[in-house]
Design a protein around this ligand. Structure first.
Ligand SMILES: Nc1ncnc2c1ncn2[C@@H]1O[C@H](COP(=O)(O)OP(=O)(O)OP(=O)(O)O)[C@@H](O)[C@H]1O
Ligand SMILES: [Mg+2]
Length: 175
């Protein structure tokens, strides 16, 4: 199993948000998490990558128990995360934002380069020297996804990645 989550519980202060969540993602599998607004989808992702302080349960990624690992360690193991709120660096250019995401190649994951990402997102190629803060919402969304891919992740958690993107770009991404 690529990712196994069992008995995941999360709290924000006194509010209990996730109740014994379990999910599994096999190699090569695509899993969708559906739910109404406020159901806890983003919290589930944030808890898996260690961004929710109060979490308990078991999270195993590629055979390693990362339940108590800090976020940077989980990401360095190859688990990519694209947050719902585009967390780009507004003062850095597109190219510099991509550099921030760069990690070494992994034998079990696709190898991304800037040029491959620019081929996937032609809009970003045209804006390569533009500061992130001076881009449209959809362009920032593409940059967020591209920056995560620069880390050559072997699994990516995408939180509403198609929000604000043209259908054509979404089609390219899925392909
Ligand atoms: N930082 C926070 N502090 C306190 N409560 C929060 C925080 N973030 C989210 N919540 C609450 O946790 C619950 C789950 O929120 P979450 O963002 O995980 O939902 P979601 O399924 O991603 O919703 P959406 O479809 O709107 O993105 C909601 O009741 C929300 O109000
Ligand atoms: Mg959400």
């Amino acid at each position: 199993m690529k990712l196994s989550v069992a008995n995941l519980n999360s709290h924000y202060g006194p509010a209990h948000i996730l109740f014994d969540i379990g999910l599994e993602v096999a190699d090569g599998e695509v899993v969708a998490l559906l739910g109404r607004n406020g159901a806890g989808k983003s919290t589930t992702f944030r808890a898996i990558v260690g961004l929710v302080e109060q979490r308990s349960g078991t999270i195993v990624f590629e055979g390693f128990d990362v339940s108590r690992a800090p976020t940077h360690e989980i990401v360095r193991r190859g688990l990519g995360y694209v947050p719902e709120e585009r967390r780009i660096f507004t003062e850095l250019t597109v190219e510099e934002n991509l550099e921030v995401g760069r990690q070494s190649v992994r034998p079990n994951a696709p190898q991304w380069t800037r040029e491959k990402l620019f081929a996937l997102f032609p809009n970003l190629a045209e804006l390569r020297h533009r500061p992130g803060g001076r881009m449209s919402g959809g362009e920032q969304q593409m940059l967020t996804i591209a920056r995560t891919l620069m880390g050559n992740p072997s699994l990516v958690l995408l939180d509403e990645p198609s929000e604000g993107l043209a259908p054509k770009i979404v089609e390219q991404m899925v392909a």
